[in-house]
Design a protein around this ligand. Structure first.
Ligand code: FAD
Length: 393
């Protein structure tokens, strides 16, 4: 297979210049500093500004492919993601996974009501899948949804719900049949302002509050908020989760190895600059190779998708490669700084405003988000290589 390296033709320069001008004129000023990963601002005022920013992007026609009703030019999409990622300001709010679920399983009324709100930033969504005792093995989730006339009554707890503190809606999985296993799980749209929903933010080691616990106490969800059929929740969730894995690590705006090299050139240590240290140079060379492989692995995955030849193992392979390379890269960023690596964001002597510290503390998250790397390896072994299934407890 010929892997397509997406080059940007000269004729797209106009599109890029118009977008850059739009960004210069409209980018909001936030109290929230740009961060790596899926991060959530602390201040509600920032969220108000971000909603206006996403609405302005939408009105100007800069709509993510995921939310677009019409065919999207893939080169424009690439430029859009590149330029918006460079700003460090979020350009999509909350968790948009529900879009895939609605497109494939939603009713016409649901699509009409929710898809535009997702795209314009009017509705922020959170994903309510994980529970304290159901993460990798999501089939053991225990939140209950019992039918009561025209409603389902939901009781249970969710955790790691990103953006939930600012969300209008939740993409919820709950059990409509008691027991465990895939059967009996259903997918719902939960209005986060419903009586009985309590959201408790969690403060993380990175200093931001990205996750929440969400408690549901006899929350009434109208039957029209069911996505798909009763008991079809596993199929709905699987469709959207595979989309999530494919997206992890695809939005790099700059080459992190180049940034690392610049850091090593600036960092002084006993005996000279870090860039002259043989051990550091070896590690940097290895990371440059791994980073290049990640880029080509992504191109390969994209080419296969465009040719309709995707395989189940494509997204897990790319996700594992990206997240583990990123982890080692961030660790090297700390090592290069030596003792200064211990300085925290906010300290006047911290390098690059603490970017490497933040990246280091956050890097582990990519090895877990969208299914942990161990689970991805199991998937590759069993479904890709045809090895025997691991014993399930
Ligand atoms: C950045 C980020 C954002 C997230 N956002 C959301 C969100 O918005 N909504 C949501 O519902 N969830 C979210 N999650 C939660 C995420 O889906 C879970 O963390 C993930 O599914 C793992 O579950 P767990 O944390 O309970 O770990 P566990 O499942 O308890 O796993 C613990 C460890 O055991 C390993 N392990 C488990 N089973 C096996 C096995 N069979 N074989 C080998 N090793 C195994 C795992 O790999 C892991 O290392 C988010 C997570 C992250 C990191």
């Amino acid at each position: 297979m010929d892997v397509r390296v997406p080059e940007i033709p000269e004729s797209y320069q106009g599109y890029r210049s118009r977008l850059q001008a739009f960004i210069a004129a409209n980018l909001p000023e936030l109290s929230f500093k740009p961060k790596v990963g899926l991060r959530v601002p602390d201040e509600p005022e920032d969220v108000v500004k971000l909603r206006a920013w996403v609405r302005a992007l939408h009105e100007a026609g800069y709509v993510p492919a995921r939310y677009s009703e019409s065919e999207i030019d893939e080169i424009e999409e690439k430029i859009r993601v590149e330029e918006l990622t460079k700003t460090g300001v979020p350009h999509a709010l909350g968790n948009g996974l529900v879009a895939g679920a609605l497109k494939h399983f939603g009713t016409e009324a649901q699509k009409a009501k929710y898809l535009t709100g997702l795209a314009t930033g009017e509705h922020i969504w959170t994903q309510l899948f994980s529970e304290p005792d159901a993460g990798s093995d999501l089939t053991s989730l225990q939140a209950r949804a019992e039918r009561d006339g025209d409603f389902f009554v939901v009781t249970g707890q969710k955790v790691w719900s990103t953006w939930a503190q600012f969300s209008d809606y939740g993409y919820l999985l709950a059990r409509t049949e008691p027991g465990t296993g895939r059967q009996g799980i259903s997918a719902f749209i939960l209005d986060m302002n419903s009586p009985g929903v309590t959201t408790r933010p969690l403060r993380e080691i990175t200093g931001t509050t990205d996750f929440n616990e969400v408690f549901m106490d006899a929350v009434r969800i109208p039957v029209e908020n069911l996505i798909g059929e009763v008991g079809q929740g596993w199929a709905v969730a699987t469709a959207s989760l595979s989309e999530e894995r494919g997206q992890v690590g695809q939005s790099e705006a700059s080459d992190p190895v180049v940034d690392l090299m610049r850091l090593a050139q600036r960092s002084l240590r006993p005996g000279g600059r870090a860039s002259a240290d043989a051990g550091i140079r070896q590690k940097m060379g290895a990371l440059a190779a791994r980073s290049r492989i990640h880029r080509y692995l992504s191109y390969r995955t994209q080419t296969k998708a465009l040719q309709g030849q995707s395989e189940l193992t494509d997204a897990p392979l790319t996700k594992i490669w990206f997240s583990e390379t990123n982890l080692d890269l961030c660790e090297l960023g700390m090592e290069i700084q030596g003792a200064a690596g211990g300085l925290a964001e906010g300290d006047s002597r911290v390098v690059d405003e603490g970017r490497w510290q933040d990246g280091f503390l956050y890097a582990r998250a990519w090895t877990i988000a969208g299914g942990s790397n161990e689970i991805m390896r199991n998937m590759i072994a069993e479904r890709g290589l045809g090895l025997p299934r691991e014993p399930r407890g």
